[in-house]
Design a protein around this ligand. Structure first.
Ligand SMILES: [Zn+2]
Length: 281
């Protein structure tokens, strides 16, 4: 049966050419490990079709989901961090900024934009975990404050989408000042009767939880998000006790009265729109 034998020697197909499907066509859920079409996953607002796991997404994806036709105008898109403390850890802070900018395509850990949501004007600030762990430095605080200024000026609602490891250590005290600055701005929104909604996504921790994330007229969250101040390990070591099951999940936090409701990302736009219709201050 010579025709079943490979006569020519050295015919090798490289592994990457053996794949039947092009790269990126399938998405595997990191929670339940089931596979689904990348497009289906995206159309499902980046949540799992099988177990509803909410994948971590960035500002661009949230803006596309929330703004009508995915169209928006960005504010302060060129604002960049200075190095007030001349901070050096494993590398100098300005160097870390440049490396992170190149890797993430972002200028800092938050982006602010305004546009329409179901035909009504809204301003949204959304954090990006891909930029130094979504840490809050001077730029983050300033951009959020300016976003709130825009909401004040136009008398339209403000939505904050948090995703952060907390304050940015490379700006130390300057980072902590952002907590006071954003909180003061929220008081101004309140005085002007401009609605402020805070959406906490996985993870929302540290100085972000301790300031603007928990100060919404409505504090809401995505399912399964980690929400807390200090991490579970530190708390466990401090109090010397085992922590309850599900500690610091959105569901646990809601049961203990810190969240108004938990919303599926697929329903986020509709829920926000109807909520804003109801609370017209
Ligand atoms: Zn899944």
């Amino acid at each position: 049966m010579s025709w079943f034998q490979r006569k020519a020697k050295g015919i090798n197909t490289p592994t990457e050419l053996k794949r039947e499907a092009p790269d990126g066509l399938w998405h595997q859920c990191s929670e339940c490990k089931q596979v689904m079409h990348t497009r289906e996953h995206k159309n499902n607002a980046y949540t799992c079709l099988h177990c509803n796991y909410h994948d971590k997404i960035g500002s661009e994806a949230y803006f596309k989901i929330l703004f009508d036709e995915g169209e928006y105008q960005e504010l302060d898109s060129e604002m960049r961090s200075a190095d007030p403390l001349e901070f050096v850890d494993t590398k100098a802070y300005p160097e870390r900024i440049v490396t992170t900018e190149k890797k993430s395509g972002l200028k800092d850990a938050v982006r602010t934009a305004h546009g329409n949501m179901h035909g009504k004007k809204i301003t949204i600030s959304c954090m990006d975990f891909g930029f130094i762990g979504g840490s809050m430095g001077s730029v983050v605080g300033e951009k959020i404050a300016r976003g709130m200024d825009h909401a004040l000026k136009t008398k339209t609602p403000f939505l904050m989408i948090s995703k952060s490891g907390g304050a940015r250590m490379m700006e130390a005290g300057y980072s902590l000042m952002q907590m006071a600055k954003t909180s003061a701005k929220i008081a101004q929104l309140d005085e002007a009767k401009v609605p402020y909604i805070s959406l906490m996504t996985d993870p929302t921790t540290g100085g972000v939880t301790a300031s603007f994330a928990m100060l919404g007229d409505f504090n809401i969250s995505e399912p399964g998000a980690l929400i807390g101040f200090a991490g579970p390990r530190i708390i466990k070591e401090t109090i010397g006790k085992d922590l309850p099951k599900g500690f610091q999940t959105a569901e646990f936090v809601q049961d203990h009265g810190f969240l108004d409701f938990i919303v599926d990302r697929k329903d986020l736009k509709d829920k926000l729109a109807s909520l804003l219709n109801m609370i017209k201050k």
